[in-house]
Design a protein around this ligand. Structure first.
Ligand SMILES: NC(=O)c1ccc[n+]([C@@H]2O[C@H](COP(=O)([O-])OP(=O)(O)OC[C@H]3O[C@@H](n4cnc5c(N)ncnc54)[C@H](O)[C@@H]3O)[C@@H](O)[C@H]2O)c1
Length: 367
């Protein structure tokens, strides 16, 4: 494989997040060359390939695994497939970028880490909040002492629920809002504070709005304690009307900063007639809306993809690894255990013996 030039990339999956990866990578022609996409539904991979001028479209992801040119592959499939795909890629010597959450179980996380280590490939955990310009600015100020000692980091991510059926099926997703969105907030607070160990978690959650279609939680409130005494407060919802809401608040003894990801980057807009697109998951473009501009850049996706390419070329060390993804997943198991048992749970946490998926910690214990 070449050690210079654009990194040759494959994408597995062809829908929501695959489109984001492809669009972001296409902004980086000097760093990334997308060679192939694979997705099982006939025609879907081809559509993505045509949209982004990707030479090859496959229905079997093993065609990407076996492709001799491809150096790095991004996994944008349902959570329950992350582990088997990552392990197959590692065995074939491909560097792995895995979307959040890293996988469904801790055993899968361990197997992914071991396979990538054994076969000498990078396992990069795709947490774009580490690249979101507004949030990176907040961390830079905190690291430069702007707020003194930071004792509280709040992160919240909310919308009215995911776009694909598998998210709502606890068997395939592994959990609801806490898993799907809380993985961002937990990773964020941990990273923001400089990666201190998470010592405890308390989560209150439930299914408040979407009980007709899911047993997953659609509202989750989580408090984390970190070694050294700082707190994380993570709010997640699949029951929040009005499109995506993503924000951060940081409090220290000497100051604070507030970052609303979408509002500061939007144009307060009123339209009787509507227009093409406002923001992720917004249900309408009529009346008052807040269309964003440069949405991918504001999230940090192109910056994240550029970072992964630099890692493959040995110019950067991964911002987030399989070990980080595993730490987040362990906290999520403990969060569901907290909700199931109605108490604060200490970490490190070993899942209960009768539990497979994170959400089982709640389902098997709730009264
Ligand atoms: N970082 C983020 O902000 C973010 C946002 C959305 C989704 N995600 C993550 O990305 C992943 C995908 O989510 P999505 O929203 O794109 O889901 P999606 O339902 O829109 O797309 C899933 C894709 O996986 C494909 N797929 C299913 N089985 C497959 C198989 N055996 N081989 C290859 N492809 C297969 C589907 O055909 C589809 O193309 C999830 O893990 C999700 O949590 C991350």
């Amino acid at each position: 494989m070449p050690s210079t030039g654009p990194v040759k990339v494959g994408i597995i999956g062809s829908q929501f997040q695959a489109d984001i990866h492809a669009a972001s990578m296409r902004m980086l022609p000097e760093q990334i060359d997308i060679v192939a996409v694979a997705s099982p539904t006939p025609g879907n991979a081809r559509e993505l390939a045509d949209r982004y001028s990707i030479p090859h479209a496959f229905t079997d992801y093993m065609d990407i695994v076996r492709h001799p040119e491809i150096e790095m592959v991004t996994i944008t499939t349902p959570n329950s497939l992350h582990a088997e795909i990552a392990i197959a890629l590692a065995k074939a010597g491909k560097h792995v970028v895995v979307e959040k959450p890293m996988c469904v179980t801790l055993a899968e996380a361990d197997a992914m880490i071991a396979a990538c280590r054994e076969h000498g490939v990078l396992l990069m955990y795709a947490e774009e909040l580490f690249f979101t310009p507004k949030y990176v600015q907040a961390k830079k100020m905190a690291d430069n002492g702007a707020f003194g000692k930071v004792h509280l980091v709040k992160q919240s991510e909310k919308h009215f629920g995911p776009h694909s059926d598998w998210f709502w099926d606890a068997q395939r997703s592994g959990g609801g809002a806490l898993l799907d969105l809380g993985c961002h907030g937990i990773a964020f607070a941990y990273w923001f504070l400089g990666r201190p160990a998470i010592t405890s978690i308390y989560t209150q959650l439930g299914t408040y709005v979407h009980g007709d279609k899911t047993t997953c939680d659609d509202e989750a409130l989580t408090i984390l304690e970190f070694e050294g005494g700082s707190l994380g407060l993570i709010e997640n919802s699949w029951a929040r009307r009005g499109g995506m809401d993503d924000r951060v608040e940081v409090f220290g003894e000497g100051g604070l900063t507030l970052a609303n990801l979408h509002m500061g980057n939007a144009l307060p807009t009123y339209s009787e007639y509507g227009y093409g697109y406002a923001v992720e998951k917004a249900p309408t473009t009529t009346g008052w809306t807040w269309p964003v501009f440069e949405e991918l850049w504001n999230y940090g996706f192109p910056q994240e993809m550029a970072h992964f390419a630099r890692c493959v070329r040995g110019k950067d060390l991964p911002q987030a690894t399989g070990e980080d993804g595993r730490i987040v997943l362990e906290a999520i198991y403990a969060g569901y255990a907290s909700a199931g048992q109605g108490r604060k749970i200490q970490l490190p946490y070993t899942p209960s013996p009768n539990v497979v998926r994170p959400i089982d910690e709640w389902h098997t214990r709730r009264s």
